[in-house]
Design a binder for this molecule. Structure first.
Ligand code: SF4
Ligand code: SF4
Length: 88
């Protein structure tokens, strides 16, 4: 696991990523982007610890101490219409 930023608890293990793209789809702050078939942290300081990426990562590649806020991510995903996401 690598830490995304000193500003939050987000951690990510690229070795576990299966490239589904869900984390990039659900994140309301553009923290993740797909690069070369796997997720990459491109804006680690922007994570607000909503937890949406962790909940939707079936590979357990993401860990974050989340509070509330997943609803915002769900709304974003719904508006884009690309994926069906959950908040656990
Ligand atoms: S949700 Fe998990 S498996 Fe899917 S791209 Fe993101 S880190 Fe990789
Ligand atoms: S916890 Fe929320 S804000 Fe942080 S990277 Fe995951 S989806 Fe984005």
């Amino acid at each position: 696991m690598i830490s995304a930023s000193a500003l939050n608890t987000l951690r990510y293990d690229p070795a576990l990523c299966v490239g589904c793209g869900l984390c990039a789809d659900v994140c309301p702050h553009g923290v993740f982007a797909m690069a070369g078939g796997v997720a990459a942290i491109v804006a680690g300081d922007s994570c607000m610890e909503c937890g949406a990426c962790q909940v939707n990562c079936l590979a357990d590649a993401i860990a974050v101490e989340s509070g509330v806020g997943c609803a915002a991510a769900m709304i974003r995903a719904s508006l884009t219409g690309r994926r069906e996401v959950t908040c656990g």
